[in-house]
Design a protein around this ligand. Structure first.
Ligand code: AP5
Ligand code: ZN
Length: 219
């Protein structure tokens, strides 16, 4: 199964991606996580990406496309029958066109572009309350998804942290960039009859149930 998850910052892409990938046995490929990994290892790609991410801007298309194309050659993708869930990619029409070309090289097509729809005023509260485990990448929220012990990951006991680009001013910029550069992808995938619109305002479990109803049709 080949899926892309669309939606503004804080729509719940990472939260739903984890559940979908566990259920359907496909690799979760988050371009944001890949950049953060590179940043923590201080690689040349990480250094370059940091300049853009810290300001809430998109990393240039060529860097992102090369990184994704390389990631899609990894064993876990091949073992899943060239299956994947892309979280946060594509984010521009240029990236979406590049993904079409990458799939075509393998004689494959995307199954779905799932768009999580959440009103902009909710996003800031979601993103600014988010806390993340640096060890297993589990995501919590200070109000909507609390860990059992405050500030500590349920799964491995690691102290949680807040992402640097989750400060209110940067989140506002990210939302602006989303409207400008990423929202046009909804129409792009509508034209290709791949779009699935999901109300992301519901409880996390109900969002997942809605997605599962659609995906179970192809499995
Ligand atoms: P990235 O890491 O992809 O961030 P994002 O798209 O801004 O999305 P977020 O991770 O903020 O939110 P999410 O939708 O995953 O929400 P989550 O599930 O965590 O990108 C970061 C940066 O990297 C970009 O700004 C850019 O610079 C760069 N980048 C990445 N990809 C790129 C690309 N393709 N091209 C160029 N640059 C790129 O949920 C948020 C919070 O809400 C959590 O606390 C969660 O617990 C809570 N929550 C989730 N669902 C619900 C619900 N239903 N109800 C209540 N609370 C909920
Ligand atoms: Zn953890």
């Amino acid at each position: 199964m080949r899926i892309v998850l669309l939606g503004p910052p804080g729509a719940g892409k990472g939260t739903q991606a984890k559940r979908i990938c566990e259920t359907y046995g496909i690799p979760h490929i988050s371009t944001g996580d890949l950049f953060r990994e590179n940043m923590s290892k201080d690689t040349p790609l990480g250094k370059k990406a940091k300049e853009y991410m810290a300001q809430g801007l998109l990393v240039p298309d060529d860097l992102v496309v090369d990184m994704v194309e390389d990631r899609l050659t990894h064993e876990d993708v091949l073992a899943a029958g060239y299956g994947y869930l892309l979280d946060g990619f594509p984010r521009t029409v240029h990236q979406a066109e590049a993904l079409c070309r990458i799939n075509a090289k393998r004689d494959c097509e995307l199954d779905f572009a799932i768009n999580l729809d959440v009103p902009f005023d909710i996003l800031i509260e979601r993103v600014s309350g988010r806390r993340i485990c640096p060890t297993c990448h589990a995501t919590y929220h200070v109000k909507y998804s609390k860990p059992k012990v405050e500030g500590v990951c349920d799964l491995d006991g690691t102290p949680l942290y807040q992402r640097e680009d989750d400060k209110v001013e940067t989140v506002k910029k990210r939302i602006e960039v989303y409207q400008d550069q990423t929202e046009p992808l909804i129409e792009f995938y509508e034209d290709k009859q791949k779009i699935i619109n999901i109300n992301g305002l519901q409880h996390m479990k109900d969002v997942f149930d809605n997605i599962e109803k659609i995906l179970s049709g192809v499995n």
